[in-house]
Design a protein around this ligand. Structure first.
Ligand SMILES: Cc1cc2nc3c(=O)[nH]c(=O)nc-3n(C[C@H](O)[C@H](O)[C@H](O)COP(=O)(O)OP(=O)(O)OC[C@H]3O[C@@H](n4cnc5c(N)ncnc54)[C@H](O)[C@@H]3O)c2cc1C
Length: 264
């Protein structure tokens, strides 16, 4: 019997496990994937995430992971006017002076190993349902990859299982407001020029409303992508891939992509 069951070992689940450990709680972390696993993402750690890493006393260790340190955020307008926000600006104790771009395959695996060092974990275990008794959630049941059914019990079950959360669905809490759903394409590239210590968000006219992101992902790689609302995408006759190629071939970006090669 555990104090807490955490469903999902992405950043939410692993950091919850690390906080639970601090509180002396006996917890188990379950994930249907086997780590390291990838997760489609821009890979950027914002100020909020960095603050949590600092609170968990693991911020310094992020410097050792493959990725990029970020000191600036560049915003670009549809007319390609840019402005930068410098993270190393005015400071107080709460001010975050740097961010990171760390490929999720690396970052999530790092956090998973941190959590696994202090808590029980089960990888390759897919939660299929919640167990209810007297109208209360008392555990979860699921299946291993080999098809073995198993259940775990605890008075607290945390749903950290991402945007299609089975925990939320089983509790009738799952809501998908289509007005707020976006679609995106993400690729890793090498050979993109002008990658330094900045993440770039360009609100380009080729995808308006929406944006093109260009993040340095370490080792000369770039994480780039396009995102826009699903309702706007439905009106498009171009695919996301076509829109992205259009953007990278505009006058404004084509020199930076002249020698770039897609990695996947
Ligand atoms: C294209 C794109 C770009 C993004 N870029 C950024 C960015 O640059 N910076 C940023 O901060 N955020 C970004 N995000 C958002 C970010 O990816 C999410 O906010 C983040 O992954 C949420 O973390 P999480 O731990 O809640 O869920 P997830 O990372 O989705 O982890 C959920 C985990 O639950 C597991 N799971 C799911 N169902 C079950 C089940 N039934 N049983 C067991 N395990 C289960 C999954 O295997 C997974 O490991 C982006 C998202 C997208 C789609």
């Amino acid at each position: 019997m555990y104090d807490v069951i955490i469903v999902g070992a992405g950043p939410a689940g692993t950091s919850a496990a690390l906080y639970a450990h601090r509180l002396g709680l006996n917890c188990i972390l379950l994930d249907k994937a086997v780590f390291p696993r990838d997760k489609i993402c821009g890979d950027a750690l914002s100020g909020k995430s960095v603050r949590i890493m600092r609170e968990l006393d693991i911020l310094d260790e992020l410097d050792n992971l493959d990725g990029s340190e970020i000191n600036r955020i560049t915003f670009g307008s549809p007319k390609n006017i840019q402005f930068d926000v410098n993270l190393k600006g005015t400071q107080n104790n709460n001010h975050i002076t740097k961010g990171f771009v760390i490929p999720r395959e690396i970052f999530d695996n790092y956090l998973f190993e941190k959590a696994a060092a202090v808590t029980d974990t089960r990888q390759g275990f897919s939660v299929k349902d919640l167990i209810f008794e007297n109208n209360h959630v008392v555990g979860v049941e699921g299946k291993t990859r080999e098809g073995t059914e198993e259940e775990f019990r605890a008075p607290i079950v945390m749903g950290c299982d991402g945007c299609n959360s089975i925990v939320a669905r089983k509790l009738g809490l799952y809501e998908m407001e289509m007005d707020h759903v976006s679609v995106a394409v993400r690729c890793y590239y090498e050979g993109v020029k002008g990658l330094t210590d900045q993440i770039e968000l360009h609100y380009v006219k080729e995808v308006n409303p929406g944006y093109f992101w260009l993040f340095p992902a370490g080792d000369g790689r770039a994480n780039i992508g396009i995102g826009l609302s699903k309702s706007d995408m439905k009106k498009e006759n171009r695919t996301l891939r076509q829109i992205m190629d259009e953007v990278t071939q505009t006058e404004y970006f084509k020199e930076r992509f002249a020698d770039a090669k897609q990695l996947e």
